[in-house]
Design a protein around this ligand. Structure first.
Ligand code: SF4
Length: 436
């Protein structure tokens, strides 16, 4: 990695390209075999319980060990059709790998994510074809809003169950946050698009691009045209800080999307003194990428302590090892051209800002303070707080309209959870269609 802080140098195009290469190079076959041999193939394995999609982890690792890579991939994909992205980008350190029993033996956990990636990418790159077959056509047609992880997972499972699926996607490419919202070094070699092409190999799925819910595509119209609808629209609205000068700041996800779509990342503009506001993985992705683009100073500012950050400890360490300065217990109070001002915060029975202030030079400010549901085109559907209400079967308050992914969950939003939502919702929609 080429990072030269404080020298005022500009990185070359090649250095920037190198900085955005795969963060975790894939296992070689020998490395994968050696890592698979470390697994104890636990009965009632805790790693499986910690996986939101309940992948049979000892089962797929055992198949790697016995040389059956395609069988291993099929085990993974039967539970999680986006097992490739999850192998690269899941916070395994707080999910399956945290639960691995080897942690309790003063050993490193099995590198489950990298083994998963090894098996799935082998299958995708082998050209062996799609591993699942569709059930006989049911004659039923389902509409899906959003070609992100939840929508595509729903579409794949619904197609497998024999339904015809049309996906409506606002952007020009599929993948949702996998394509537009994750750091480039996590999704190198255009993997999000390769994974979608593989997923569509099931057949029976059509994607229409440039189409979002709104006056030209209403829920009512979709209910009339289709037998059922799944909403996997994610969170389209941006939270606001409400401080003077906020218009000088940019949404961190916009910055990440620009980087992901740039053919030449050296052409993406970056400040010398970059401030990132937020404490989640998006904030870390923005801050680390700003450094890797050549920003001289990158400061991540969070209003509480490190333990309250939703970014995992591993992500926080990644930021620090990339030269990002993390300032805790600080809340923005004002942005001006070239400068950002903050007040120190504290917990004093309740969270409060203090009179102690400071300012930092800032020629680029990125806001990673979360997104919110764009509820306007979803009028008529019951809300649960600031997200869509669904029952235990992912059905919204209107019969035949299901929802899943970030638009229904509170708290940390993960690709793996969205995939699980889409899969379960497809089975629920299938049962609803059969019972109608
Ligand atoms: Fe293997 Fe660890 Fe899972 Fe046990 S907990 S099955 S050792 S990965």
């Amino acid at each position: 990695m080429s990072i030269r802080p404080h020298l005022g140098e500009t990185l070359t195009r090649q250095e920037i390209a190198d900085n955005f290469a795969d963060l975790h190079p894939p296992f070689s076959p020998t490395q994968a075999m050696a890592e698979a041999a470390r697994c104890l193939y636990c009965y009632d394995a805790p790693c499986v319980k910690a996986c939101p999609t309940a992948i049979d982890i000892p089962g797929f690792i055992h198949r790697i060990r016995s040389g059956n890579l395609d069988g291993s991939a099929k085990t993974i994909l039967s539970a999680n059709i986006m097992g490739g992205t999850c192998g690269r980008a899941c916070p395994t350190e707080v999910l399956c790998e945290q639960a691995c029993v080897l942690n309790g033996r003063d050993d490193q956990p099995v590198k489950i994510g990298q083994l998963q990636r090894h098996a799935v990418e082998h299958l995708i790159e082998s050209g062996a074809g799609h591993p699942f077959r569709r059930a006989p056509p049911t004659g039923r047609r389902l509409a899906v809003i959003g070609a992100g992880p939840a929508g595509l997972s729903f579409a794949h499972r619904a197609a497998m169950l024999g339904h015809g699926v049309t996906v409506f996607e606002a952007k020009p490419k599929p993948g949702g946050l996998n394509e537009y919202g994750l750091a480039a070094y996590k999704m190198a070699e255009d993997f999000a698009q390769k994974e979608v092409a593989f997923l569509l190999g099931i057949g029976g799925i059509v994607i229409e691009y440039g189409k979002a819910l709104g006056p030209a595509l209403t829920l009512d119209a979709l209910r009339q045209r289709f037998d059922g609808v799944f909403i996997g629209a994610g969170l389209g609205g941006v939270n606001r800080l409400g401080v003077p000068g906020e218009e000088l700041a940019r949404d961190a996800l916009d910055f990440i999307a620009e980087l992901r779509q740039a053919k030449d990342k050296s052409a993406v503009k970056i400040g010398h003194d970059v401030i990132v506001i937020g404490g989640g993985n998006t904030a870390i992705d923005a801050a680390v990428q700003a450094r890797r683009l050549g920003a001289r100073n990158v400061t991540l500012v969070y209003r509480r302590g490190a333990e309250a950050m939703s970014a995992t400890g591993w992500e926080q360490d990644l930021a620090r090892t990339n030269g990002v300065v993390v300032k805790l217990w600080s809340a923005p109070v004002k942005f001006e051209p070239g400068r950002a001002s903050f007040a120190k915060t504290r917990l004093n029975g309740k969270f409060e800002t203090t009179d102690e202030t400071y300012s930092l030079p800032a020629d680029m400010i990125l806001l990673a303070i979360g997104q919110k549901l764009d509820a306007a085109p979803l009028a008529g559907l019951k809300l649960d707080g600031n997200k869509l209400w669904v029952n235990a079967n992912y059905q919204t308050s209107l019969p035949g309209i299901f929802a899943g992914g970030d638009c229904i969950k509170a708290g940390e939003d993960l690709t793996v959870q969205a995939v699980e939502d889409g899969k379960r919702a497809a089975h629920a929609a299938d049962a609803w269609l059969k019972g109608r």
